[in-house]
Write a protein that binds this ligand. Structure first.
Ligand code: NAD
Length: 266
């Protein structure tokens, strides 16, 4: 099986390289970076302090995608959308970890699922996907007397907020309550906000240091508070999950899948 990695020099790209190069049954078909990247032309092994692989970082995403059974993409929304278009042309499956898509971009991504295999998850850890399932269940059992609030913390380099995982937790909670997240989400609070309306799903975002990813969903009633928390200790958990999804993707029919599908939780 041939796996390509786009955005290979990024924090997640390097984790993915490490994970793929460690697997005997997987060939690394190539790795790309943005055209202005200082890493273009460098051997992919050098990005992670490993021996040379004979393949260099390229900005020719089309060639890498054409030469891969599946491509893993943890980049930025605009780049991911271009990659998904190329993957559809070449019949290459895609595993997408990028977060921060707006509604129009998400609809575009979804459309490609009609003709190609796409796995898209805001979080590839097994624990977070279990948290999503439990959140949906808890939201269905606990009525509007329980206010739902989601708190997340990430490292200082993260460029989108709330995190894709926090929004996925919000989606799971909204789905348990049989409402649309967009109708009830309060993504920011500031100033004289007035009392909290029942049924809102609130978000709070913290940024700092090197935190890999902490998420808590709380169900707060007058007389008790129920909380579910996940803390990622190392980025490699996402890379291992994404490679697991990539292997799974190569034997699927076209469709738009989540990590919960890969793990059989859905
Ligand atoms: P990063 O900034 O370290 O890496 C992104 C890389 O993409 C950079 O090296 C950048 O140069 C590259 N890139 C940008 N445009 C490109 C293009 N056109 N072609 C090729 N490469 C391009 O960021 P990161 O911390 O690795 O995170 C990347 C994304 O993955 C973010 O959206 C983040 O939220 C998400 N993420 C998801 C999960 C998950 O489990 N789904 C886990 C961690 C991070």
């Amino acid at each position: 099986m041939k796996i390509g990695i786009v955005g290979a020099a990024g924090r997640m790209g390097r984790m993915l390289l490490t994970e793929v190069l460690a697997r005997q049954n997987i060939d690394l078909s190539g790795g790309t970076e943005a055209p202005d990247s200082a890493f273009i032309g460098i051997d992919l092994g050098a990005l992670i302090g490993a021996p040379d692989t004979g393949r260099v970082v390229t900005d020719d995403a089309d060639a890498v995608i054409a030469d891969s059974d599946v491509v893993i993409d943890f980049t930025v929304p605009e780049a991911t959308l271009a990659h998904v278009g190329a993957a559809a042309r070449h019949g290459t499956a895609m595993v997408i970890g990028t977060t921060g898509f707006d509604g129009t971009q998400l609809a575009d991504l979804n459309r490609f699922g009609a003709e190609n295999v796409i796995v898209h998850a805001a979080n590839y850890s097994v624990g977070v996907n279990l948290l999503l399932g439990l959140t949906e269940q808890a939201a269905a059992i606990l009525n509007d007397d329980y206010d739902i609030e989601i708190v997340e913390m990430h490292h200082r380099h993260k460029i989108d907020a709330p995190s894709g995982t926090a929004l996925a937790i919000g989606d799971a909670a909204a789905s348990g309550r049989k409402v649309k997240l967009d109708d009830v989400a309060v993504r920011v609070r500031d100033g004289i906000t007035g009392p909290r309306p029942a049924g809102d799903i609130g978000f709070a975002t913290l940024r700092g240091g090197g935190v890999v990813g902490d998420h808590t969903v709380m169900f707060a009633a007058e007389t008790e508070r129920f909380e579910l928390t996940h803390k990622a200790a190392d980025r490699s958990v996402f890379a291992a999950g994404a490679v697991r999804a990539a292997v799974w993707a190569t034997s699927q029919s076209p469709g738009y899948y989540s990590m919960r599908d890969v793990l059989g939780f859905s």
